[in-house]
Design a protein around this ligand. Sequence first.
Ligand code: NAP
Length: 511
Amino acid sequence: MNFKTIKTFNPRTGNFLDQNYILSTLNDLNEKVSDAQLAFTVYRNTSGNDRAILLETIAEEIESVAEEILAIATLETGLQAGRIQSETVRTIGQLRLFAEVARKEFWLDAVIDTALPNRQPLPRADIRKCLVPIGPVAVFGASNFPLAFSTAGGDTVSALASGNPVIFKAHNSHLGTHECMAAAIARALERCNLPKGIFSSLIAEGNELGAALVQHPGIKAVGFTGSYSGGTALLDLVSKRKEPIPFYGEMGSVNPVILFPSALKDPKIVSSLIGSINLGVGQFCTNPGLILTIDSEETQSFCSRMTEAIDKCVGEVMLNKAIYDSYEANMAEISAEKSYTLLGQGTKVAGALSVKPSLALTSGKKFLTHPKMGQEIFGPFSLIVSCENDTELSEILMKIEGQLTFSFMGQEKEFNEQAHLIALAKEKAGRIIFNGVPTGVEVGYAMIHGGPFPATTVPNSTSVGTDAIRRFARPVCYQDAPQSLLPMALKDNNPLEIFRKINGKWCQDKI
Ligand code: NAP
């Protein structure tokens, strides 16, 4: 049989790597969805502890091939070894955190309203609800997190933790890394005696297979991390399905940073902003792409210091040709377009897809008349917007679309004086940062990596942090169910020892 294959590209050498990867077919897709549906009948009945053991076993398996992952991931992505190593640690930590969540079962949101047989005029039935897994989940990984938001990344892990099989669409920028991670998951499933169909993956060229995946009737939810164009194209396909399903898309963001006067004088402000702009070659969805301030002598001095710092920056190679081409086209446009002043550019390192970190300046007036200036430029770039006054700054923030983050730099007194801007940020973003840069997203219990459209397609969700698990579950309510038929979370004797809301009060009580 003849298989079609593709190769991955080395962004440093500009050459394709030797290894061939077999492209999946529509038949493969149908088979994998059927296997996932079958596996779901087993996996949905596993306990939180079983799922925790699976996630911990995947973490162990990844740890055991960390050297192999490092070797292939650095070649395919152009990312430095230190970055791949830290992302490996983050991916493993994420698996172990979700294992803890799965084991403790507190995410199940168990709520019990006990029966009131003597209530007048009508008695109340015994009503209990908790979350149950939703069914096979399609996951699309991003290019810029080859580990933490890819094969065994956040979306996969949160779907597995809540009892759902995953069909993963691999990113063509890092197929070797993907294969290492997918093999680690397969070994873990085998060690845990769980069906293979709980995790499978597809390799595709062009959009056809990804489109068929989100439209497949066996798929019950989608997790996507990537571009605005990809996310909205897939969302459009999902909305045309006969059976609507949730589509959790995490897309781009410019992450506005608002500098109040005291911040402009902070000796550390320039190094912390420049470090954040250039981190990971700016290829983070939390890159600070927009810096807003009010024009003053301090602003001009701040811009000069930022220019000096960006000029000294050394660039790096970008992840893939599409991202490189888009960055270079944007830089050419900014250099040619009079509405921008290109303040400075760093130097390029040797490497096929190498770019220069860059910084531009515009006025608040020009920003308000050029909607494109509010859109993400993926890479080591930021636009400083110098506003005439507070009113212009407010007007800009009112017009800005949904964001993953907003950052405010200054003193508490200034934050209080401009409380209306903080209130605006709350309307527009999933995370508000004070005196810190947006890059560096902690994976914990309270993290929100989400926000209103176009940052995401579901504003009341997060793709980072333990709350991500809820995206792949749905509530089921049981009315007057016999004890033997209730899920463990809802049984009278509280065998899971979880907090439950009983008649409106959170407690760990038995009934
Ligand atoms: P991308 O080009 O959107 O690709 C992501 C995945 O979706 C790939 O597997 C891609 O497959 C697939 N895909 C894209 N469009 C499709 C379509 N129309 N039909 C079917 N499948 C489609 O994203 P990327 O390559 O990772 O590019 C980086 C971008 O992602 C940046 O703009 C960045 O802002 C954004 N990003 C956002 C976040 C976040 O958390 N919000 C995180 C990381 C990245 P193919 O490769 O086969 O086309």
